[in-house]
Design a protein around this ligand. Structure first.
Ligand code: CS2
Ligand code: MN
Length: 396
């Protein structure tokens, strides 16, 4: 029988309300962690890495994946300090490899990380989910951020829907929407002010998707030779949501983007994080097909589901429900594992996490990062491991 996917859980470090002891009870064996207190562009020292690794191992778990070593903005914009930031990035990779940590996730989303408009969207059973509502994002862009170009980007129908939506919001709700969209990096509670965000947008003037792609290729060509020597497996996380927002380009959203990326610096060290929740928010992404065609580059897998709506909105659904056919995705992943095994590759137990989960049951007692409840994620993980076993026993 072919090895199972490695079951992992994201942990935000000692300040996370979800303890390692709790994570161990979910059945996960691997931890996905980052040193969130170190700023992008700075080196993760061997001491800091070791300190965190010791905490994880003392709980009987393994630090399997780093998510993320974040990319400094100067690398994305090709701004001053880029080469210094790249040098530091490589040093961080060396320090991680020395501790035996080899899988490194990152993303190339300008300024923002993932974006939602509602962090407490209630489903029929009162579970709380994350939601991206197109008209809310448009309302923010047009009338709160007041980005002039937005008026040319949206149809008059979209503008009308956005205005009507905005008119229903109270002052407090406008503030909440603003803070939700302006959230900073995962693992922080930072929120950009409108002025700060406008300052960032300015730095992206003239940075088209093609320019951003060239900057990503520059970064990869600079780091991948070292990563390969170190045995580090880089795996980029796709854009969430997988389309341009707020005037910022996004370039890791489609199968063609993923193909460009792996071809920009061909190497076993230049790989992908396959996130079904992110890629699945686009109707033109064929997820099982992506596994079939690009699965050999996967070093890390995020499995979650979204329910897509006609206007580009979506919410995070139960892991086996929603628009993505999780059975077909899991089956394709298992066939990829088989291919690896048949060809003598040893990386069969690809680390997988349930990514996000709903807030259910006791989750309301914790103050967790949005999407990172313990019980909701455990439910997702439990469903996924059952699905994996069922398919493996049936087809292999
Ligand atoms: C999540 C993110 O958006 C997602 O799907 O997995 O928290 C993700 O971890 C970061 O945006 C990028 O690594
Ligand atoms: Mn993800």
């Amino acid at each position: 029988m072919i090895a199972n996917l490695e079951q992992t859980f994201r942990w935000f470090g000692p300040n996370d309300d979800v303890t390692l002891a709790a994570i161990r009870q979910t059945g996960a064996t691997g931890i996905v962690n980052a040193l969130h207190h170190i700023q992008p562009g700075e080196v993760w020292s061997p001491e800091e890495i070791k300190k965190r690794q010791d905490i994880i191992e003392a709980a009987g778990l393994t630090w399997s994946v780093v998510e993320s070593v974040n990319i400094h903005e100067s690398i994305k914009t090709a701004g001053p300090g880029r080469d210094e930031a790249i040098k530091n990035y490589i040093q961080t990779l060396k320090n991680l490899a020395e501790q035996g940590i080899y899988t490194v996730c990152y993303n190339f989303m300008p300024v923002l990380d993932w974006t939602r408009t509602n962090l407490d969207f209630r489903l029929a059973n009162d579970a709380s989910a994350l939601r991206y509502e197109a008209r809310a994002l448009h309302a923010f862009d047009l009338y709160i951020l007041e980005r002039p170009e937005a008026f040319n980007e949206f149809t008059s129908e979209q503008q009308k829907a956005a205005k009507e939506y905005l008119d229903t919001l109270t002052t407090d709700e406008v503030k909440l929407l603003t803070n939700t969209i302006m959230a900073g990096l995962p693992g922080t509670t930072d929120v950009f002010t409108i002025e700060e965000f406008k300052g960032h947008l300015k730095k992206y003037e003239g940075i088209t998707a093609d320019v951003l792609k060239a900057n990503l290729a520059y970064f990869l060509q600079a780091i991948i030779p070292d990563a390969e020597k170190l045995g580090i497996k880089m795996c980029i996380h796709p854009d969430d949501p997988p389309f341009a927002i707020l005037g910022l380009p996004r370039i890791v959203s489609t199968e063609a983007d993923l193909k460009f990326l792996v071809e920009a610096a061909p190497s076993p060290s230049n790989g992908l994080t396959f996130c079904t929740g992110s890629l699945g928010a686009r109707a033109d992404n064929d997820l099982p097909g992506i596994v079939e065609r690009l699965g050999q580059h996967f070093h890390f897998i995020h499995l979650r589901n979204v329910k897509r709506e006609a206007d580009g909105s979506f919410y995070e659904d139960n892991h086996l429900e929603g628009t993505t056919d999780m059975y077909a995705v899991m089956k394709a992943i298992i066939l990829e594992q088989k291919k690896r095994s048949d060809s003598g590759r040893t990386d069969i137990a690809i680390p997988m996490r349930p990514d996000h989960g709903h807030k259910i049951l006791d989750d309301y007692r914790y103050n967790t990062y949005p999407g990172y409840s313990v019980t909701g994620r455990m439910k997702g993980l439990a469903e996924l491991r059952g699905l994996e076993m069922g398919i493996k026993r049936t087809i292999l």
